[in-house]
Design a protein around this ligand. Structure first.
Ligand code: ACM
Ligand code: ZN
Length: 688
């Protein structure tokens, strides 16, 4: 209904233009409605800028207008020609749109530019569109734009724990976020690998827990996980002082972005326990990453930290983590057991829930709301919590169904720490494959979703975890342009989203970022998905039965792919083993399968591909034997291939096969695991 109303209005307006031009693919995120004319404003003598907005906003909007690139002169009343008029005012045309308070209406006519919006944020977004028009077209083309975001929460998570990032780096990302109308920066400030915010009441969080040796996350995580005193030779790390954090908050606010700080609890807290070991559950030497929930000192500490955090960050939301607690130390701890008994808690899930409830109550009493990762549903959700759904969408949907707000960041679409192109062409990463089109294809509230659930999905977020991202350049490479896809998912209605058009704009934005010294992934050079996976492969064994030797040579249930049919279904794997096309074998034996061709068949080649990604423990076989048989009992060796498995950083793919001439019915394919423990993955046994 509302879109139709707007279109009627816009059509009426469009008739004012003689020979109105076709819709143009200029603005990112794609606007709600844009009607383009074929005239332009004469900017040669500069434009007169008039702003009607609260004082602080007026200064922000003036700065943002400067970025458009047109020469400007501020004036104290609206000019009749050659103007840019920015008015914070009621705007009838936005009424009825879901997030009208962030919307704007922009008219560009030969006389000048007018942007009206109910809030200064709306004007700011209009200015981003104006800047894009000038940058793309080289002139201010006439148009009428009515635009408002689909979701109120359009965010990015930046992880500064695994590798510290400076405030200068963060400001650059805030600039880029603002240009695509994103409005929430979730700062992952604390995690095992480093605490990154000054806390006066607990100084060892930064004098000790912010520093580690050695510097790569991988060596540190798989080594002793040692923190060291600040100033120790070789100490790697850093933190934001309170002044730094306040400066960032103000910088983001000037761009209508709210910084949401995340203080992880009770899990992912190894660094806190390293600095304050008295908060460990037990003093046993084993590794512990969960805060002790039995000890009151834990609450004293977390509340004192949160007091300081809310003094710095005005954000209504404080993210309290809540993900991936191991929960095992709680079972061994007298204090935790006592707490469970006293509070009548059935299990450790309820113990975690007890802590989240208490922390929520503490923050609510101070006017703040909590966000937690979807594990905070376990043991009972705190009454006012917002859930950030990452292990999929189920957590977000369950929270929304229970009347809570939810933010979607499912890892299959929003975890942009996976490589975005052919893994061999990309820097070392956590693995997987998440190209721009896959991110863009994410739909947070499909039509099939219950309407009451849909109403509680307040937005979407891209998460960029930094374990494998040691440098700023690499971080920007991972972030952009995929975060722009998330910006568009968050802003644009589904009917305005089109990947081909989006990609054209994303290439333009990337080029512009490259010119300005950013280091985004250069989309122009994208290789794309594994060519073998693009269409089914035809060969003699498609649809033939495969028998597995259970259990030593059976596939792992989480990587079953298409079950027993996988290796002869004609479907080749993509760049990631998580695509349900690669089948994963974890057993001691490796792969040992027999394909039954159904009858004696003349064959000339047999081959299967394997992949190696050492980070997550996926290795090539060290030996492959291929056998043929007419009767299924007497097998003749066709080939026996040795392969030296070498641990390396880049993913690789390799085919192991035989070529010759044979008449057989049964083919046995046996791939041996190397000395490295981990998976073997293969996708298809191709027989020709
Ligand atoms: C998460 O990725 N553990 C939130
Ligand atoms: Zn405990």
């Amino acid at each position: 209904m509302r879109i139709r109303d707007i279109i009627t209005l816009v059509c009426a307006f469009a008739m004012l233009f003689v020979g109105s031009a076709e819709a143009q693919n200029i603005i990112t995120p794609a606007p709600s409605v844009a009607v383009w004319g074929d005239e332009a404003v004469d900017v040669h003598k500069g434009l007169k800028l008039y702003i009607e907005a609260p004082e602080q906003d007026a200064a922000r909007l003036e700065a943002a207008t400067m970025d458009v690139g047109v020469e400007l002169r501020s004036v104290s009343r609206p000019a009749r020609r050659g103007f840019i008029n920015l008015l914070v005012t009621d705007v009838d045309e936005l009424k009825g749109m879901v997030n009208a308070e962030e919307g704007y209406v922009m008219d560009i006519t030969p006389a000048g530019v007018s942007i009206k919006a109910p809030t200064a944020a709306g004007i700011y977004y209009g200015l981003q569109s104006l800047r894009q028009i000038y940058a793309t077209e080289g002139e201010l083309v006439s148009c009428h734009i009515v635009d408002a975001p689909r979701f109120g929460y359009r965010g990015i998570l930046i992880d500064i724990s695994r590798h510290f990032r400076t405030k200068e780096f963060l400001k650059r990302q805030i600039d880029a976020m603002a240009e695509v109308k994103m409005n929430r920066l979730h700062l992952h400030l604390t995690d095992a690998a480093g605490w990154r915010l000054e806390v006066e009441s607990y100084p060892r969080l930064t004098s000790y827990a912010a520093w580690r040796v050695p510097h790569t996350w991988k060596e540190w995580w798989y080594g002793e996980r040692r923190h060291v005193e600040e100033g120790t030779e070789g100490a790697y790390g850093g933190y934001l002082t309170k002044d730094d954090a306040r400066e960032l908050v103000a910088y983001a606010a000037d761009r209508y972005i709210t910084i949401i700080p995340e203080i992880e609890m009770p899990g992912h807290s190894d660094e806190v326990l390293a600095a304050y070991p008295e908060l460990r559950c037990t003093q046993l030497p084993e590794r512990q990453g969960d805060l002790c929930i039995g000890k009151e000192a834990t609450f004293e500490m977390m509340q004192a930290i949160l007091d300081e955090v809310i003094d710095i960050f005005p954000s209504e939301y404080i993210h309290i983590g809540g993900d991936e607690a191991g929960k095992s130390s709680w079972k061994e701890c007298d204090d935790c057991r006592r707490r469970m008994q006293q509070e009548g808690l059935e299990d450790v899930d309820e113990l975690q829930s007890y802590m989240i409830h208490r922390i929520e109550e503490y923050l609510n009493a101070r006017g703040r709301q909590i966000i937690g990762w979807d594990e905070i549903l376990q043991g009972g959700l705190a009454p006012n919590a917002t859930v950030m759904s990452w292990r999929g969408e189920e957590g977000g949907i369950a929270a929304a169904a229970a009347g809570h707000d939810a933010i979607m960041s499912p890892h299959g679409y929003c975890y942009i720490d996976a490589p975005q192109d052919a893994p061999y062409s990309q820097p070392e990463s956590i693995g997987g494959y998440l190209p721009l089109d896959k991110v863009y294809s994410y739909e947070p509230t499909p039509a099939s979703m219950d309407a009451t659930v849909r109403d509680h999905i307040i937005g979407v977020q891209a998460n960029l975890w930094a374990e494998f991202i040691p440098t700023d350049e690499h971080y920007e490479h991972m972030l952009w342009p995929r975060a722009i896809a998330v910006a568009e998912i968050g802003w644009s209605e589904p009917e305005n989203r089109d990947f081909t058009l989006f990609r054209e704009r994303a290439v333009r934005i990337v080029d512009n970022m490259l010119e300005r010294g950013y280091t985004p992934f250069d989309l122009k050079n994208e290789i794309g998905n594994r060519p073998e996976s693009l269409q089914p492969v035809e060969h003699l064994a498609v649809g033939k039965s495969v028998s597995y030797l259970y259990p030593s040579f059976y596939y792992a249930p989480q990587y079953a792919a298409n079950g027993d049919a996988t290796l002869t279904d004609g479907l080749r794997g993509t760049w990631t083993y998580a695509d349900k096309r690669w089948q994963g074998f974890l057993g001691r034996g490796g792969v040992d399968v027999v394909v039954d061709m159904g009858e004696v068949t003349h064959i000339e080649s047999i081959a299967a591909d394997f992949m190696q990604i050492c980070g997550p423990g996926v290795f090539m076989p060290c030996r492959v034997e291929i056998w043929g048989s007419v009767d299924g009992e007497n097998f003749e060796l066709l080939t026996d291939i040795e392969h030296e498995v070498v641990v390396d950083e880049l993913p690789s793919f390799k085919s192991f096969g035989w070529e010759g001439s044979a008449d057989v019915r049964y083919i046995r394919y046996k791939a041996h695991r190397s000395k490295y423990s981990g998976f073997l993955f293969t996708d298809e046994i191709i027989i020709k």
